[in-house]
Ligand binder design. Structure first.
Ligand code: PLP
Length: 387
């Protein structure tokens, strides 16, 4: 029998990292002392009070059955309490909060609720690859909004052609931003809301990194007047509490939008394991002292890598949030070749910007997901290179 893939699988963008994965494997086989700064996954374990809460929760037989689709009300209440404390935003836990199996799940599924074949979705480039892929799975067409340094890595909404705006159903934005580490201000969000109202576009703001900050606390899209009218916000416990493996996130905001996403989900999944939800309630109540310790670890690493790369002659901005550094590659090189060179000559691995979309070309991304000592070592090795 001949197995034929559907077009939506066949037309997935080529896996740009395949060649790099291969090089990484070869380097490791040769016994390279590789410093892998390519992974957006915290190396620090989940705080122990959350793990302890999970141990207790997993023993309760009532959690062994199917969970409710929209999430336990106690979890949704904990989310709404957290929003109130952190952002001074009021959310109705009954209709304005929805649990997700990680925010990636919600991001991937939301186009199925609002995008018909041929509809346009506005997607940042560079950006999280799930935005365009989820769009295409729903039959939609991504329109890439370039994030350029001269615009502080915010999309220039005025430059989107009128006919594109009219055909757009959904728009993804993400601040603090992966991969550029840019943050957005109130003025930008106000502009987004005005734009969304004018063209009837649902705004999906991905706030996965709202708690990974250094100097100033990032704001929430939901804090802006009118945000709830035009859209919603995706959130995740993954980056905030080092819980990437647990698979839990949530969506908040516009009731009708969440209800659309909920309809897709009730037909595809059966919710989040209740024991995880119960442990996540404890996570959301975490003392800020513990979170500050985590932020301080990243901050030290950030300073080492930022100063190291700057002194080595790289063009790089100091990130105010996220655990990424978005670094210009030296002129006349493309991002894949430069990543290959760093891997071969310094045994340091980072991510080529083009992996996040066409407008990521010319940059590489470093993740602060290794110890300060290893990052220092990486900097030493990069300094020794002839660039
Ligand atoms: C890590 C990440 C997410 C979410 O991850 P989940 O673990 O699925 O909650 C979402 N958006 C961006 C931009 C990310 O980097």
């Amino acid at each position: 029998m001949q197995i034929e893939y559907a077009e939506r699988i066949r037309t997935l963008p080529p896996y740009l990292f395949a060649a790099i994965d291969q090089m990484k494997k070869e380097a490791l086989l040769k016994g390279a002392d590789l410093i892998d700064l390519s992974i957006g996954d915290p190396d620090i374990p989940t705080p122990s009070h959350i793990v302890e809460a999970m141990k207790k929760a997993v023993e309760k037989p009532e959690h062994h059955r199917y969970p409710s689709y929209e999430g336990m009300l106690s979890f949704r209440k904990a989310v709404s309490d957290w929003y109130k404390r952190r952002f001074n935003v009021e959310l109705d836990p009954e209709g304005e909060v929805l649990s997700l199996i990680g925010s990636k799940e919600g991001i991937g599924h939301i186009p199925l609720a609002f995008v018909d074949p041929g509809d346009i979705v506005l997607v940042p480039s560079p950006g999280y690859p799930v935005y365009p892929v989820g769009t295409k799975f729903a039959g939609g067409i991504p329109y890439f909004m370039p994030l350029k340094e001269e615009n502080d890595f915010l999309p220039d909404l005025d430059s989107i052609p009128e006919d594109v705006c009219k055909k757009a159903k959904l728009m993804f934005i993400n601040y603090p931003n992966n991969p550029t580490s840019a943050v957005a201000d109130k003025k930008f969000y106000e502009k987004v809301i005005e734009f969304a109202k004018k063209y009837n576009i649902i705004v999906c703001h991905d706030a996965a990194y709202s708690e990974v900050y250094y100097e100033e606390k990032p704001i929430s899209f939901m804090q802006i007047d009118g945000a709830k009218e035009v859209g919603m916000e995706f959130h995740s416990l993954s980056k905030t509490y080092n819980m990437t493996g647990w698979r839990i996130g949530f969506a908040v905001g516009n009731k009708e939008v969440l209800s659309g996403l909920g309809k897709v989900k009730t037909n595809l999944d059966s919710g989040v394991f209740q024991a995880i939800q119960e442990a996540s309630i404890v996570a959301l109540e975490t003392d800020d002292k513990i979170l500050k310790e985590i932020r301080d670890i990243y901050k030290e690493r950030r300073d080492v890598l930022y100063e190291g790369l700057r002194d080595a002659g790289f063009e790089v901005k100091k990130p105010m949030a996220t655990f990424y550094l978005w670094v210009k590659v030296p002129k006349e090189t493309n991002s894949i070749d430069f990543v290959a060179k760093l891997l071969k000559e310094a045994e340091v691995l980072c991510t080529p910007g083009v992996g996040f979309g066409e407008y990521g070309e010319g940059y590489i991304r470093f993740a602060l997901t290794q110890s300060k000592e290893r990052i220092k070592e990486a900097v030493e090795r990069i300094r020794r290179l002839k660039l």
